[in-house]
Design a protein around this ligand. Structure first.
Ligand code: C2E
Ligand code: CA
Ligand code: CA
Length: 693
């Protein structure tokens, strides 16, 4: 539609001529999605840039009627930039506003009734408004006319915008440019989760014209099984950033699109509560869901399977010999092969949502509600056969084959474990000569089963109070006196077996049991500290999971209070690796505890990936040199010696306390002392042991 058509549409004089045109365009219904779409902000180009370019404020409003069909007010469906400036509202806040709220002066002297009459009669009137905008602005003339079931309001002779208003207009223009061209889906919702605004990209991504979504409950577009997670992400807004997992969003054709992204609290003041930014999580090469989505689907299927007694299988499909294809035909050729195979696998499986892309040359297939293993095996056979058909890529004939691993779920399995088991089996299939499938064999299955049993065993141990804190002395190099202890978790099983942390911590971490262990050790350590002389300190390890608990500061404060010890006697140790995932919220929690007097130490310093900036940005009071450095000294490794010398220099520069770990001999203690390390711990001074009361 050209400029003149657009202008005619707006111009009351040519209304009749144009009505025909509009009827052809939009079926003449003011609720017509096309019309609403073409008028809405952020919509497709066409009329809207022209409306936006009008120098005078301009509004389009939809009549609102009571039960008897009488018009009671008009609701704003479009406002151009100058109208937003006039009313001092953002475009999204203008939408849905009532005319009588926008222009209270219309209440007086039957002005509103005149507008209604003009609307119903299809005539044009001019209304003098004593104060434009909120009623306090300068007087102006409002030209009111109906067009295609909508009420148009055009101000004439409104005053020139001020420089500030101009600036605002410019910002608004830029914002709209951005909003119309973003590739991701951006949605703004209010506190009731109604959609206030959505980027125009929603049409390309999901098939919904943006204006048809305004005002609708956002949750109606989220898959019922994912609503809980979506709500939690919204409630947990301090965790601003990535959504924990992908969500299924409804397309206009009623299918589901897996989308991942982030959620943020929206700027206050315009009624919006969150801003969601979502993107399609499909692999560009194959069009399949990416690995994280495949994992999310396995998780959902496992949750659904729990207690039903049905079986679930995961197939890991590896492309045989992708590297030579990549070498011969470049990566583009390799990508083409992957895309071909993806299509073949999807065809055999029957549902693209059951197929995902793994890492590298791997595909993932999820089979739920299996009645027998034979079913999974027969699908694997069919996929093997389908993938075997020859393909020509870049003029070269290729005979592709794949190898398949199958893992079935045991009760309580974790999605990534299941996937790992399937990958293990796939590697077995490759080892057997490729182009075949393998079931997770007995040995592997036993290992997987053992992992599950072990987790259950840890849980039992926790319930039976078999875990305890043992204590290792920390000594001042200068005086040789014990300055405090480090609490270390020990698991003493009923058969007397002492299980060291290296054996149970990885499993406890994966199963989310580590937080309970940390809490238990903290409580016992503080109880022990309360019985120790005032001058002594207690160091306690904090896992990344505990550190991320939103109530971590509170739990520590409660434990201190329960034991009745002063916070400055408590040292909390966090590994460099855990510091990598410190968010702004976690940093604040650390500050909160540091503010109470608790001292933070970086554990295993020199082995992780932490950057020196952590020492500057986080409230760190001290460093613990990793035991591997002391071991290296023993071996007279000069590089490590120089490194530990440099590290103690960094600590001195930042006025941090220093503790060297793993001191086993007098010579090591001397060497560390000469380098400047202040304190040490290790077998020279004592192994971890229970503290006798
Ligand atoms: P860490 O915090 O670096 O603790 C020091 C580890 O080195 C302890 O092993 C200790 O027994 C050992 N060690 C200390 N001095 C020497 C020495 O001179 N020679 C040798 N060979 N070893 C020495 P442990 O108790 O097995 O703990 C291992 C790791 O487990 C700890 O490393 C810590 O990262 C973790 N851990 C222990 N307790 C807890 C806990 O309550 N919570 C958390 N999150 N992690 C814990
Ligand atoms: Ca430690
Ligand atoms: Ca350490």
């Amino acid at each position: 539609m050209g400029f003149s058509d657009t202008f005619h549409f707006l111009h009351p004089v040519s209304r009749d001529r144009n009505r025909k045109k509009v009827i052809n365009d939009t079926s003449g219904n003011c609720e017509s999605p096309q019309l609403r779409r073409s008028l809405a902000p952020g919509a497709s180009p066409g009329r809207q840039p022209i409306l936006d370019a009008l120098p005078d404020p301009f509004l389009l409003l939809v009549p609102e009627r009571d039960g008897e069909g009488r018009i009671t007010d008009f609701v704003c469906a479009y406002a151009n930039g100058p109208a937003c400036v006039l009313h001092g509202r953002t475009q999204s806040r203008m939408l849905g506003s009532h005319l009588l709220d926008l222009l209270p002066p219309l209440h007086g002297h039957g002005q509103f009734d005149r507008c209604v009459r003009a609307f119903e009669a299809g005539s044009t009137i001019d209304v003098e408004v004593p104060g434009c905008g909120d009623g306090h602005g300068p007087p102006g003339t409002l030209r009111i006319f109906p067009a295609n079931g909508l009420l148009c309001c055009l101000w004439r002779g409104a005053t020139e915008p001020t420089p500030l208003q101009r600036q605002w207009l410019e910002l608004d223009r830029r914002y709209h440019l951005l909003a119309s061209h973003v590739f991701d889906l951006v949605i703004e919702v209010d506190a009731d989760h109604r959609i206030l605004w959505v980027s125009a990209s929603v049409e390309a991504l999901l098939g919904w014209p943006a204006p048809t979504l305004l005002g609708r409950p956002a949750m109606a577009f989220v898959h019922p099984d994912d609503r809980g997670r979506a709500l939690r992400a919204g409630l947990n807004l301090q965790e601003r950033g990535r959504l924990g997992s992908e969500l299924r969003i409804r397309r206009a054709d009623d299918s589901w699109c897996w989308m991942g992204g982030s959620v943020h609290p929206a700027a206050e003041g315009n009624g919006s509560a969150w801003l969601l930014s979502l993107r399609d999580v499909h692999d560009v090469v194959t069009g399949l869901a990416v690995r994280s989505v495949a994992l999310a689907r396995i998780r959902t299927a496992l949750e659904r399977q729990a207690g039903t007694g049905s079986t679930l299988a995961v197939l890991s499909i590896g492309v045989d010999g992708l590297t030579p294809v990549n070498d011969a035909l470049t990566h583009a050729g390799g990508d083409q092969l992957l895309a071909f195979l993806a299509a073949r696998i999807v065809r055999e499986v029957g549902d693209p949502d059951q197929v995902g892309r793994g890492t590298g040359d791997e595909f993932i297939v999820l089979l739920s509600d299996l009645t027998s293993m034979a079913e999974a095996a027969s699908l694997a056979e069919r996929i093997l056969r389908a993938c075997r058909a020859a393909i020509t890529i870049g003029g070269q004939p290729i005979d592709p084959t794949v190898s398949i691993g199958i893992a079935t779920s045991a009760a309580g399995a974790l999605p990534d474990e299941l996937l790992r088991d399937a990958s293990l089996a796939m590697r077995q299939a490759k080892a057997r000569g490729r182009n075949c499938f393998a079931l997770l064999d007995d040995a592997l299955a036993t290992e997987a089963h053992t992992r599950l049993l072990f987790a259950a065993e840890i849980q039992r141990g926790l319930v039976m109070e078999e875990f305890a804190a043992w204590f290792m002395p920390i000594v001042s190099f200068a005086t040789g006196e014990v300055t405090g202890y480090e609490a270390l978790a020990r698991w003493v099983r009923p058969d007397g077996l002492e299980v060291p942390p290296v054996e149970f911590l990885p499993c406890a971490e994966r199963r989310g049991l580590i937080v309970r262990i940390d809490q238990l050790v903290l409580r016992q350590a503080l109880a022990a500290l309360s019985r120790l002389p005032e001058g002594l300190t207690m160091a306690v390890n904090v896992s990344a999971a505990s550190l991320a608990q939103p109530d971590h500061p509170q739990l520590v404060a409660e434990a201190l209070e329960a034991a009745g010890v002063s916070p400055d006697r408590l040292h909390l140790e966090v590994t460099e690796t855990a510091l990598l995932s410190v968010t702004e919220r976690i940093r604040q929690q650390m500050e909160q505890l540091a503010g109470r007097g608790i001292r933070w130490y970086v554990d295993d310093f020199g082995t992780g990936y932490s950057s020196i900036s952590h020492l500057r940005d986080l409230p760190i009071a001290g460093l613990k040199l990793d035991r591997s450095f002391t071991c290296a000294m023993r071996a007279k490794d000069t590089k490590s010696l120089r490194l530990s010398q440099a590290l103690v220099g960094v600590a001195e520069g930042l006025e941090l306390d220093t503790v060297a770990e793993g001191v086993e001999t007098i010579e090591e203690a001397r060497l560390l002392t000469s380098q400047g390390w202040l304190r040490g711990q290790g077998w020279l001074y004592g192994k971890a042991a229970p503290l006798e009361p």
